[in-house]
Every structure is written in C-alpha cells, then in structure tokens.
Ligand binder design. Structure first.
Ligand code: ADP
Ligand code: MG
Length: 698
C-alpha cells in the first residue's frame, strides 16, 4: 500500500501540482485569484488549461466535464473528450482556456422555477478557480457555477460564492475599525459531520421504497433498536471497517480530509467528519463525499442511505454544519481566548451572529427545510423546528454583564482530575455540550445542527454568511460614524443583546416548556417545509438578498417555486411507491396468508371444537378487516394524488401534499404495519426493519 503522502490529493490539480507545472508568474496569478478573488486573464486560462490537460492525460484521462450543482441538490456533469481533429484521419488532445472557463449546457432539464422558458434553454457553466479541478472516475472535473442565458443563478454554488464575498467585505470594514489593517481577506471555515446508514445491498434491494424514495414507507420496530445505547461509538464490525478504510482512501485521493469515523446512535448508523476547510471547498467536498459514500458502498455489497429518516422509530441522520469566521492572518474571530469579557473583537462577531440568527430565523429554518428533514426536526432526536442559540453558562454570564452593565469576574478554567495518579490531569472545557440546541456555540465555532444528512450545505451556509454580513454591515455603519469607538462599541453590543438576546436558550430544546417559552419570546416555530418556504420571499428577505447582491427578486421567487416543487415531487413519489407496494405486494401477500388460515380453519371445522379455532378465526377477522381498511385508504390516496396534479399554484400544491396526502399515507402505513405484526414472516413480501437494521452482522 502506498503511503498517505502519495495518496492524499493525488487526483487533485492543487497548488503543489500547479507550482510544478506552471510558469512562476502564471502560478502566482492563479494563487492570487484563489486567495484574493482577482479575475484571471484569458491568456492565463489557456496556459492553466493546457497544464491541466497534460496532467490529466498522464493519469489516463480522456474526457473533461464542467462539474456543477444545480438546484436538484446533487451534482451534474456532461462529459466531453479532449480530442480535436487535425485532418480527416488524425486527432490531437486539446483543452483550451475557453473550454476551461465557459461551458454551454441545455438548462431546460434542470429546475429553474420559471426563470427561463424552454425556448431559452441555454445555460452556462463558468469555472470557479477557487476550487481545485480533480479527477473522478477517469474524468477531469472542473468545478463551475451554473447560470441561465440571461445570467440568473440556477445553482447552489453561485449564492454561496457571492455570500463569501459579501462576508469578506463587511468583516473587513469591522476589522479596520479595530485597527487590524493587515488583514486582506476574511473567510469561513466549515466542517460538516455526515451521518449515514449502511444496509446489506441484497436486503435493501428487496424494498422498492428504499430504491425509489431512499426511506422505508412501511415497517415496525424490531424488538431491539437503539435503547441499549450499545451502537454509539461501539466496536466497528469488520465489513463496516473495511468500507470505512476504503472510503477514507477514496476521499483522501480527492484531497478531502476525512478525519473522524464512528458508529452512531441507531443500529446500522455511522458518521464521518472531515477536518474543516474554507466555505466553498467544504461544500464541494461534502457533495463529493456523499457521492463517494454511495459508490464505495456499492463496491462493498452495501447500500448507503443518506435520507434524513430512513426508518421510523430510530434516529434519523443529520449533517452538523460547524462554522466559523477566520482572517488570512490566522485569527479565528469566534475564538473567545482566555478572557472573553475583554476580547471585544470576539464579542463583536459573537453579537453579529446573535443578531443574524435572530433576525433571519426564518431563512435559516427555510435553508434546512425538506420533505425528508420534516421527519427529523421536532422529534426528540434532533433540534425542534424553532431556531435558538446555545452559548453555554460562561458566555451567557459574559453577555449578561454587557447587556445590564453588571460586573463580571473571569472564571478560572477548572482542572479535571481522574483520581488516578497515573493519569494526567487536563483542563475542562468552559462550556458543556448541549446536544439539543439547533445552533450551538462549541468553544471556537458554531455548530448548526438542523441540516439533514442529504442536504447540500451551500444553502445553510449562504444564508448564514449573508445574515452575518448584514449584521456586520450595520455595525460598521454605526461605528464608522462615532468618534469614541469604545463607548460606541459598548452601546452597540448592549443594544444588540437587549434586542436579540431572546434567541439565546441554554436549556433543553426538546422540552414542551421550551415550545411555550419560545412562543412567549416571539420566536418562530415553522413546523413543516411548506410553512418554512412561505417565508423565503418575505419582503425583508428579498431586501437583504438584493442589498448584498446575493439573489435578485426573481431568483428568490424562482427558488421558492423550486423548493415547493421539490417538496411536492418527493411526496408524490412516496405516495405512488406506497400505492404500488400496498397493491402489488402487501395486499396479495396478506390475502394469501388469510387463505392459508381459511384452509386451516375449514380442515379444523371438521375435527375440532369451536373453542380450538379461536386463533384462526380471530386472525382472519383482524386481517380481513385490515385488508378492507387499507383498500379504502389506498383508493383515497390514489384520488388525492390525482387531485394534487390539478392544483396550479406551487404553494397550494405543497400545502395539499402536506395536509392531505401525507396524512392519508400515515393511515395506510398504520394499517399495513398492523398487518405485518399478524402475518407469518415467510408470507410478508419484503424484509422487515429487523432484517434491514441488522443486515450486517460480521
Ligand atoms: P463532535 O461530534 O464532537 O461535534 P466531530 O469531531 O465529529 O465533533 O466534528 C467536529 C467538526 O467541526 C469537524 O469537522 C471539525 O473539523 C470541525 N471544526 C473544528 N474546528 C472548527 C472551526 N474552527 N471551524 C469550522 N469547523 C471546525
Ligand atoms: Mg460528531
């Protein structure tokens, strides 16, 4: 096996490769573009393209693709070969700066939310030089943004890049006021923890619901679930461990810094966390990680489920988005240091985040809303749908002393002693963890815990960056005008905390008291996806996006439309899958079993007394009435799905799917799950929850 140094990033056209292969001045210009956002000239692009092609060809590559992230939430690619004819018989391998910079693609098959009509199908992909090109499956992939013929963003990357620019601009204004004139660039650091399930492939493929929807639409909990807490951090089974090793290797080749891996709470559930990277790269890497997790699973005879709630009754999967803001001079602006009370730079940025999260609760909630995540948020395993922030007791005291002007004495960091002499003592963290908070301060970063496992992190990150940029811009507007900086800063922080302190909650977010308390505080509780989407295009939000050039009004409206449509489509597929499984699998199977019981009963009637026929009679009665009931409900579901198709407005349609279709689906499931309990296992038409969750035993 090759050493990690040989493997790591071997498929990435990164700075090391560029330094080796590009003339010095060209490399310098590319670096400037990557670090400071200075645009590249066509001449530089030509030279970079050629070097990229030579490097790729040496690795056996013949094709390239503009790799982009349309609004479907997954990545897209269209492969072109490097060949170029020089005469009738011969070709050479070529790749120009023009091909590197710009691609044309038919946009009509990607969601646009009405931004372009089919006759203006042209879409463009444009190179994002801040994210490295890489080789995947023998194809040279160029990270790009995707926009319509008229320039509207049709993807997830564009707003993210725009938000990073805006955050940089506004943060620099504030840093200047603190005298930090040497800082040239401010960016975010992002580390997404990715949860997933692994199921034996052969077992998983026997369930059409998993194939079509990524989750189970039927099924009862097995006798053993997650109640013994024996899976979390438990010993990793050999097959899983082989998978994880292979996955690490594949990710490392792509320069993805996969770091931590462990078993998660639910049986068959696991987690992978990378070492954090800058915002744009982290988003690209997470998209790749999800894709590679699935591919490597196939290779190992397993299916990787990234759905937010593949199984009802056990924990679903999230994606904790760890986020901070850093300068190019190495300051983590969310690091409180040893004495937070006197660290006014940290406190200013903390106040900006507090203001941002409070003012744009609706946008943050909307950024994680999806049909899948609706099953997770609000259950006692994931944060509720209410956005609040955890800062821990120490910081809460610091903030209290600012807002009411009271004294604050710095608390010494406690030593932790184990009571065993041979073990070293260590200092305790100043804050304990709070696993129930949607947005928790964890020492030197925030952890946004609401995103679901399959979500692209671009969404939550561009919202967070933009909202914080807006808060910083208001801070800078005020502070730039005041002559006494220290007094102005004191006032600013006090006023911010007085107005927005309501968003801070350090207690148990799963409790009913919090729901009531949050309502008293006037915090939003947007329980479902359609409800969350309905706030996206609120006037205050459009204003925010337009002010900072993140999204135009039309882009906001189109994104609302796409989100509603996505939601409706997901529920529609689930409902159709349910109908198919109920009609073609469940009803015939139960009917067969009932027939067996009837046959048995008729044999028994000739020989046994009535009292010895109770089991057959009662079970036949129960299952037959369930069959009638499920038949009625699937007919109703069928009608509802048909009715949904006639609804014109995207919002009304999504509401209808949520209020009527989903409810009927729950009813169908309830009846089917009752039948499963009373039907012989060999008659049940697909693997049970037990078969799925414990499919990997060695
Ligand atoms: P836990 O499960 O305890 O929250 P993990 O180690 O699973 O922690 O994941 C923590 C994630 O946070 C990792 O991806 C890590 O790289 C990331 N992280 C650590 N420091 C920062 C930071 N300053 N900014 C952004 N992400 C960070
Ligand atoms: Mg973790």
């Amino acid at each position: 096996m090759s050493s990690i140094n040989e493997i790591f990033g071997c498929m990435v056209f990164d700075n090391t490769v560029m330094q080796e292969r590009l003339p010095k001045d060209i490399f310098k210009q590319v670096k400037k573009t990557k670090e400071e956002g200075v645009p590249l000239t066509r001449n530089v692009a030509d030279i970079v393209a050629n070097a990229m092609k030579d490097w790729a060809i040496e690795k056996g590559v013949t094709h390239f693709t503009h790799w982009f992230q349309p609004m479907t939430g997954i990545t897209a690619e269209k492969h072109d070969s490097f060949i170029n004819p020089i005469n009738d018989d011969q070709v050479i391998m070529e790749f120009s700066g023009k091909e590197l910079i710009k691609g044309e693609s038919d946009a009509s098959s990607f969601p646009s939310g009405g931004l372009r009509s089919t006759f203006e199908a042209r879409g463009y992909t444009a190179w994002d030089p801040t994210s490295n090109a890489f080789i995947k499956d023998g194809i040279l992939c160029i990270p790009t943004v995707f926009c319509s013929y008229t320039g509207e963003a049709l993807d997830k990357k564009t707003p993210l890049l725009r938000s990073l620019e805006v955050l940089n601009t506004q943060a620099l204004r504030v840093l200047k006021l603190f005298g930090l004139n040497d800082v040239k660039r401010v960016s975010t650091t992002v580390g997404p923890e990715q949860e997933y399930f692994l199921i034996d492939r052969k077992v998983a493929l026997k369930r059409r619901d998993i194939t079509y929807t990524g989750r189970t639409l039927f099924g009862n909990m097995p006798p053993k679930g997650q109640e013994l807490d024996d899976h979390y951090f438990g010993v990793i089974k050999t097959r899983i461990s082989e998978y994880m090793k292979d996955l690490d290797n594949e990710l490392w080749k792509l320069g993805i810094r996969a770091k931590t891996k462990h078993n998660e709470v639910a049986p068959a559930q696991h987690e992978l966390a990378p070492i954090y990277a800058s915002g744009n790269i982290a988003a690209d890497h997470n998209q790749l990680t999800m894709e590679i997790m699935k591919k490597v699973a196939d290779k190992h005879g397993m299916k990787c489920l990234l759905h937010e709630k593949p199984f009802s009754g056990v924990n679903g999967s999230g994606k904790h988005d760890n986020w901070s803001v850093v300068t190019d001079t190495g300051i983590n602006l969310l690091n409180p240091g040893k004495s937070p009370r006197s660290n006014t730079l940290f406190l200013t940025f903390l106040c900006a985040v507090i203001k941002a999260v409070d003012e744009y609760q609706d946008l943050l909630r909307m950024s994680v809303a999806s049909a899948g995540n609706d099953h997770r948020l609000g259950g006692d395993e994931a944060p509720p749908a209410i956005i609040s922030m955890f800062v821990g007791d120490d910081l809460a005291e610091v903030l209290k002393s600012i807002s009411d002007g009271s004294d604050y004495t710095e608390r010494a960091r406690e030593k932790m002693t184990s009571g065993v002499d041979a073990l070293p003592d260590f200092t305790k963290d100043t804050t304990d963890r709070n696993r129930t908070s949607p947005f928790a301060f964890t020492g030197n970063k925030f952890e946004f815990r609401m995103p679901g496992s399959s979500l692209s992190i671009s969404g939550p990150n561009f919202i967070l960056n933009t909202a914080v940029a807006e808060a910083l811009s208001q801070f800078a507007d005020y502070l730039e005008k005041e002559s006494d900086f220290d007094t102005a800063l004191d006032n600013l922080m006090r006023n911010t905390l007085k107005t927005h302190g309501r968003i801070i909650f350090n207690g148990n977010n799963y409790s009913d008291e919090w729901v009531a308390e949050a309502e008293r505080r006037g915090l939003l509780n947007l329980k479902s996806t359609p409800e969350a989407i309905s706030h996206f295009a609120d006037e205050k939000n459009i204003k925010l996006f337009e002010k900072h050039g993140i999204l135009t009004r039309d882009e906001v409206l189109s994104r609302s439309e796409i989100s509603y449509e996505n939601y409706s489509k997901v529920i529609n597929i689930e409902a159709l899958t349910m109908l198919e499984m109920a009609r073609q699998d469940i009803i015939p199977a139960v009917t067969k079993y009932v027939k067996l019981l009837c046959d048995e009963l008729s044999v028994k009637s000739n020989v046994c007394a009535a009292a010895s026929r109770t089991y057959e009679e009662k079970t036949i009665e129960l299952l037959s009435s369930c069959l009638d009931e499920i038949y009625c409900n699937i007919n109703k579901l069928d009608e509802l799905v048909k009715a949904a198709h006639h609804i014109k407005s995207a919002k009304e349609k999504a509401d209808f799917y949520h209020d009527s279709v989903l409810e009927c689906m729950n009813e169908v499931r309830r009846i089917a799950d009752t039948m499963e309990v009373h039907t012989a296992k060999e008659y049940w038409p697909f693997p049970s929850y037990g078969d799925l969750l414990f499919s990997i035993q060695e």
